[in-house]
Write a protein that binds this ligand. Sequence first.
Ligand code: SF4
Ligand code: SF4
Length: 288
Amino acid sequence: MREIVVISGKGGTGKTSITAGFASLAKDTVFADCDVDAPDLHLILKPKIKETIGFHGLKLPVIDRAVCTNCKRCYESCKFDAIDEDINVIKERCEGCGVCTYVCPVNAIDVVDRDSGFVYISETRFGPMVHAILNTAEETSGKLVAEVRKNAKKLAEQENMENILIDGPPGIGCPVTSSITGVDLVLIVTEPTLSAIHDLERVLEVADHFSVPAVVCINKYDINRENTEKIEVYCRNNNVEVIGRIPYDTEVTEAMVVEKTIVEYSSSGRVSKVLMDMWRKIEEKLKS
Ligand code: SF4
Ligand code: SF4
């Protein structure tokens, strides 16, 4: 089983449209939306939910008032100001570190599972999909990404699938590292903007740190050919292959409006042709 993740240095680079385009082309593949803070692959793939699994990110302290002596040690010890002077737990601030339970002299504090979101096992017109939603004010997206990947692997094993195609989160934070550790290939989507090279450098560093092979594609390469050239030079100098240059085309937005992948919407269009070529290259790389 091989895992491919599509990421980008920042949001809004067309990462999800590209992943959805690949979904039209991929055979024997489980799709996983690991952009859990802003999931949108489901808008195009329209999954039908078959199973919902509760996700418990962190533990939450619960104080037994009948036992509490109001000594305030928990209030004084909480580094996150998540317990107020009246010894109420402020859920939104709690990091689940457990210090309060440790310092309480009368064992008045217990910890319980905290409902942080849901993982969904679904079916799409292209194959099975795992996706998730994180409750508002929850900050355990790295852990939720790991949960989505775990379920995607389980599903791929059960259904005898060859690939897992992951729509990863943007940026370089904890959810990104959680998305790329141990995968077989990272595809970094970039655009020819001034900040793109800097973003690309940072994402490549993360991939390099986790020893994961990375390739690049430049989306809307023709909106600024000078910056595209700079990205290509940077990639050449750093031995990173640019596997695709996707032209700007209004068909991409048109496809999204009608909730189709670009390959479904316009299979012989310019963008689809590049995506087909990129997917072929990705498959070759995964086999080698
Ligand atoms: S678990 Fe940690 S962060 Fe949460 S209230 Fe207790 S001490 Fe504070
Ligand atoms: S440390 Fe325990 S006893 Fe003291 S205020 Fe907190 S919950 Fe109450």
